[in-house]
Design a protein around this ligand. Structure first.
Ligand code: EPZ
Length: 417
């Protein structure tokens, strides 16, 4: 496991481009299984989760070639419908391959995706919907065995929770189903709209993505296309947090400001000044932040759970108390124990974390426990006095493309050891 060494309290300055969105690239890679011909996916970030998904595509018989910022995918040669355990476990989001493999081949065999650091990650909503579309699904000994020998059929699905993954699996499977599928209480995340945009370019007929009701008219075949991934709103929130805690002013380019509409107000509450125009966002920090009062994570367009750890790390040295309520995942405060080692005053009780701002964090040796928790420790290290050593930073590579390189280019004293 590599480590990061950070010397804190270094001002940042300058401009950086925000990478393509991990949570858009992963479902789009899975969806490419539906297509004949060639796909070129531009602005596809270099991440270990993307590498893991590419390995799954190759195992299934696809041709996948990486060039600088794009991936070329040809899915004509698919000759398998099973995904072995070690590939399934290589990325949490591999469950999104289920709908694609089943729709394309009529069968799917994959191991139950384990839970992960932030929660059990059940897939009951995925399976219930696919069964309603006519799939026969057996779950035993940790294996999910699916078949839809006469193909899937369009149906009406009402999700009891607007699950991102379930919405994506159903949308992908429905593209090749017989008839029309309507998803009610669908997830509205921008990554859902990006996936629909890609699929419609492939010849699918999807209406309403990004809203609560999505309609998919099934087709016989889809054809590869060129598509550019939207920018990663959580990476943007991460870089904003780095600037906020170091009394810096930086500019992010290549962003879509509407995707940050529930994140910007929290930074403004803390005293940051933010200006967005023409795909750029400038954030100026007031020095010591004010409390953000209360931050509740909600399905989009509410405040995103993936940004909770980052804003919580920023709140540690704010003036006053900030209350966080994590409504999406059941175990997403693991980074708080490490922040307390750095002098933060945090109490957690179930969904709630209470952060009492302290004047300063001090550098320490800390351990990352999950992807966004690792990023939170980087934010804390940048704001702390003296040196912070973070182990377990392999987690970072799942979602951040060269984060330490980007931060160094903005003036941070950070290096991988
Ligand atoms: C996606 O996970 C993202 N991952 C997560 O990002 C993100 O935190 C999450 O959506 C919420 O926005 C990818 O897109 C690859 P969900 P997903 O299904 O699809 C419950 C990151 O850091 N649920 O919306 O797994 C579930 O337990 C990652 O980039 C069921 O109960 O999220 C959770 O409490 C972390 N049954 C809630 O819904 C189901 O069948 C939200 O899960 C499915 C989900």
């Amino acid at each position: 496991m590599s480590k990061l060494l950070i010397t804190g309290r270094q001002k940042l300055e300058g401009k950086t481009v925000v990478q393509g969105a991990k949570n858009s690239a992963l479902p789009i890679l899975a969806a490419s299984l539906l297509t004949g011909g060639e796909n070129v996916i531009f602005n596809c970030p270099h991440l270990s989760d993307v590498e893991a998904s590419s390995r799954i595509l190759r195992y299934l018989g696809c041709k996948v070639e990486r060039s600088s910022d794009s991936l070329l995918i040809k899915a004509d040669g698919i000759d398998r419908f099973d995904i072995p355990d070690e590939l399934m476990r290589s990325t949490r989001s591999s469950i999104v391959f289920l709908g694609a493999v089943l729709a394309r081949t009529g069968r799917a065999r994959l191991s139950f995706p384990g839970g992960c650091e932030i929660g059990l990650r059940p897939i009951d909503l995925h399976l219930k919907a696919l069964r309603k579309m006519g799939a026969e699904i057996k779950e035993e000994h940790g294996i999910i065995e699916c078949s839809a020998s006469s193909g899937l059929k369009g149906t009406k699905v009402v999700l009891s929770f607007p699950s991102v993954g379930a919405t994506e699996n159903i949308m992908i499977a429905a593209c090749l189903a017989k008839g029309t599928t309507v998803i009610t209480n669908a997830a509205r995340e921008p990554e859902i709209a990006d996936l629909a945009d890609y699929l419609n370019k492939c010849g699918a007929e999807i209406y309403g993505a990004g809203e609560g009701v999505i309609e998919i008219v099934g087709k016989h075949r889809l054809y590869g296309t060129h598509h550019s991934i939207i920018p990663d709103r959580i990476v943007a929130a991460t870089l904003m947090s780095c600037a906020a805690v170091t009394a810096s002013e930086i500019t992010l380019s290549g962003i879509i400001s509407s995707h940050l509409s529930s994140i910007v107000p929290v930074f403004e509450e803390s005293g940051c000044v933010i200006e967005s125009k023409n795909g750029e966002l400038k954030i100026s920090s007031p020095g010591r932040l004010n409390s953000m009062k209360t931050v509740r994570t909600m399905p989009y367009p509410g405040f995103p759970t993936d940004a909770q750890a980052l804003l919580l790390a920023s709140a540690c040295t704010a003036v006053g108390t900030t209350v966080f309520v994590e409504n999406i995942f059941e175990n997403r405060y693991r980074h708080t124990a490490e922040l307390v080692r750095m002098g933060a005053q945090i109490k957690t009780e179930g969904k709630v974390a209470i952060v009492e701002g302290v004047p300063m964090l001090y550098g320490a040796s800390v351990e990352a426990t999950d992807l966004r928790g690792a990023a939170a420790l980087v934010v804390a290290g940048l704001s702390a006095e003296s040196n912070t050593e973070i182990s377990g930073v392999d987690y970072l590579e799942r979602g951040y493309e060269n984060l330490e390189v980007i931060l160094s280019s903005l003036g941070a004293k950070i290096k991988k050891i």
